[in-house]
Ligand binder design. Structure first.
Ligand SMILES: Cc1cc2nc3c(=O)[nH]c(=O)nc-3n(C[C@H](O)[C@H](O)[C@H](O)COP(=O)(O)O)c2cc1C
Length: 187
């Protein structure tokens, strides 16, 4: 692959905050993107992947929880409906859970590194298939009821990301990064 092709894919893989509603995604596209994402580096080959492709039914339940959280925050009816719509609008929701390893925190940290690399590979692969993403660690992803709804035991796993997949409502902004001079030291 040409460097410029890789670079333009990386730069186009931006976080999307507002997704178009009702855009279907072929589940095979999700599978294809997930399959390549498993080729992230994985120290000691621990296979730390616990990935949940969330059904529409479960998403509806999560959207009710999102509404409840919005209500607790004091949002009015319109705000609560928006919170629900945010859960339902994207084409898919993929959840990544990290195995908790209290005996070996350094292993857990390295597993988190693997999952992070994997999520970025997933996002890049989706981009080439015409879809965008958002990695979210907001209140919904951390809520005890979300663990319940997804059947994830919080003693064994930490949800490290809700990955929303879909088409962006508008052109995402290319966020600013530091220049190399600011971050690289030649020693
Ligand atoms: C670990 C992690 C957690 C994130 N959680 C959130 C989140 O909860 N809400 C959100 O709006 N964006 C979240 N993001 C997306 C970042 O805010 C995003 O990368 C940043 O806005 C820069 O945008 P860009 O990815 O388009 O360059 C998260 C990203 C990472 C890596």
């Amino acid at each position: 692959m040409e460097f410029e092709t890789l670079k333009s894919t990386i730069l186009a893989t931006r976080t999307v905050h507002n997704f178009k509603e009702g855009v279907p995604i072929d589940p095979r596209d999700i599978e294809k993107a997930l399959e390549v994402s498993l080729y992230a580096p994985n120290h000691k080959l621990t296979n730390p992947w616990h990935i949940f492709h969330v059904s529409d039914e479960t998403r509806k339940r999560l959207s009710s929880l999102a509404r409840e959280l919005a209500r607790e925050k004091g949002l009015d009816d319109e705000g609560q409906k928006k919170a629900m719509a945010k859960v339902m609008a994207p084409s898919a929701l993929i959840v990544y859970a990290l195995p908790i390893n209290s005996q070996n925190k350094s292993q857990e940290r390295e597993d988190y590194a693997t999952l992070s690399c994997s999520i970025q590979l997933f996002a890049l692969a989706l981009r080439t298939l015409g879809f965008s993403y958002k990695w979210s660690t907001g209140g919904l992803s951390r809520h005890a009821q979300s663990y319940d709804l997804l059947g994830i035991d919080p003693h064994d796993f930490e949800i490290i990301g809700f990955i929303w997949v879909g088409k962006s409502l508008k052109e995402p902004i290319l966020t600013k990064r530091p220049t190399l001079n600011e971050v690289v030291r030649h020693i």
